[in-house]
Design a protein around this ligand. Structure first.
Ligand SMILES: [Zn+2]
Length: 496
């Protein structure tokens, strides 16, 4: 009897025979003050149900939609950022279906003329850079939210909260280019970074501002036709995106290996059980009977408007990573960590700007190391004044204070907001580099440890470290370690 294969082995075994074909669909809430087609505020997070509503977003007869310019600009900016084609004009379409969260009986969306099409997004993976084609990005309105609850008499009730109804959504669909679960996760992470960097969306997955769905199918290697496609929903974190897709590849592979036919269906992801489960079977493709929205005029996209938006594009994450490496000489790993975190990016840039003489690598080490560690350990947001961090790094580089003490100074700065130089002075952290003062401490330590001196003479040179440690202790960490080490060696050799 053979032992059951480990999950990683099972997946590798399936990938030997089958090629996964994955497409990703992302819906993200755009950062606007008002909804897509009315003046209702989008700040409804935590608000009482049905308090951010009006005749337009309640779908009352006779109400007319008005296009939100900011929402259109966010999608255009996203399109420009992924190098997509923007059509000279677009229009809105009605996507007709019935559901209690859709009061009008249709959703205003875009069908055959999306605001952006044929773009790409490139990102790093463990196997190197990978580029995904982006089929389209379009604008639409969000639905209301169903709340399933228990009524006062104990019966099950479903309630509708229309606060989210009509909020602006961007849908971004990739080509079926993705081949691994890791590529899918990395795509979603890079897209989030991009949307945040252009200010289009906060794209927080946990808060439902970015919803990721994946279409997964398998086919034999070398085949050009697509296998039966399964749609996965309810992936609420980047980690679940990767886990759910890996699980689905394995599930489909096992079924195909066993000669079973797959069913075209929508499956949900159960995070606790680590499994996908059937939500509904799709026997036919949905027919939404799209037709042009009669209440809205076509939208002409003036080239001068696009030029202004193009000029307004900030430095994008990929370009920033590239600049950190080529111009500032940072390793790829540092560039990735810094650019992946907007607070770290800001602190790094401002600290480098505060002291142009500092080595950017030194600054990167402090930001990716100590700063991120302190922030991770803190329960509240922390603040480091860039000029104060620059001054502190300068003291370390000059040998004025030890690295260990500098870490403590940074912690005290975060806690108090005091200037780092004042903390160094108040704590007496100035490093002792003066050979005369250190010489006395070295002499004392050598005199107090004759056995270790004998060890050194017998050829155990590693006891130098012991002496250095003793001197550091005696000077409360203020001694310049390099100066102490030189002095220890000199004294020991002279003992001869
Ligand atoms: Zn409204």
């Amino acid at each position: 009897m053979t032992a059951p294969a480990k999950p990683a082995d099972r997946l590798a075994d399936i990938l030997d025979r089958w090629e996964p074909v994955i497409g990703i669909e992302v819906h993200c809430q755009l950062r606007t003050a008002s909804k897509m087609f009315c003046a209702c505020s989008t700040a409804y997070d935590g608000a009482a149900p049905n308090t951010h509503v009006c005749p337009v977003c309640l779908g009352l007869p006779g109400s007319l939609p008005v296009i939100n310019r900011q929402a259109v600009e966010h999608v255009l900016l996203a399109g420009l950022a992924i190098g997509a084609e923007i059509p000279p004009a677009t229009r809105w379409d009605r996507k007709n279906y019935f559901y209690p969260d859709l009061p009008k009986g249709y959703q205003i969306s875009q069908y055959d003329l999306p605001l952006a099409s044929r773009g790409t997004l490139t990102f790093g993976t463990s196997a190197g850079l990978f580029t995904v084609g982006i089929t389209r990005a379009h604008l639409e309105e969000d639905t209301a939210k169903l709340v399933h609850a228990t009524g006062p008499d104990g019966s099950k009730v479903s309630l509708v909260d229309f606060n989210r109804s009509g909020a602006p959504l961007m849908e971004i669909v990739t080509d079926p280019d993705v081949r691994t679960a890791e590529q899918a996760r990395r795509y979603a992470e890079e897209l989030q970074l991009l949307l945040r960097s252009i200010g289009a969306s906060d794209a927080d997955m946990e808060r439902g501002q970015m919803r990721v769905e994946a279409n997964v199918s398998l086919r034999p290697h070398g085949s050009e036709t697509f296998g039966t496609r399964v749609e996965i929903k309810n992936m609420n974190s980047f980690r679940s995106v990767e886990r759910a897709i890996a699980h689905e590849i394995e599930r489909q592979g096992a079924a195909l290996d066993a000669g079973q036919a797959l069913v075209q269906e929508t499956r949900g992801w159960n995070e606790d059980r680590g499994e996908t489960y059937r939500m509904r079977i799709k026997e036919t493709s949905d027919d939404y009977r799209y037709f042009p929205e009669p209440d809205l005029p076509p939208l002409h996209l003036d080239p001068a408007w696009l030029d202004r938006l193009r000029e307004a594009l900030p430095e994008l994450p990929a370009a920033r990573r590239e600049r950190y490496q080529s111009t500032l000489g940072l390793p790829a790993a540092d560039a990735t960590v810094l650019v992946g975190d907007s607070d770290a990016t800001r602190l790094f840039e401002a600290t480098v700007a505060a002291d142009a003489g500092l080595d950017p690598k030194q600054v990167a080490n402090w930001v990716t190391g100590e700063y991120l560690r302190l922030r991770h350990e803190a329960s509240d947001p922390i603040e480091v004044v860039p000029a104060e961090l620059a001054a502190l790094i300068r003291l370390v580089v000059d040998g004025s204070i030890s690295r260990t003490n500098a870490k403590e100074v940074l912690e005290l700065h975060v806690a108090s907001g005091d200037p780092t130089r004042s903390i160094v002075a108040a704590r007496g952290f100035q490093q002792i580099s003066d050979t005369g003062a250190l010489g006395a401490a070295v002499d004392e330590v050598i005199a107090a440890n004759p056995a270790a001196v004998a060890d050194y003479k017998a050829g155990k040179v590693e006891v130098v470290g012991f002496f250095v440690g003793q001197v550091m202790k005696a000077t409360r960490g203020q001694a310049n370690a390099a100066v102490v080490q030189a002095a220890v060696r000199e004294r020991l050799d002279a003992e001869g």
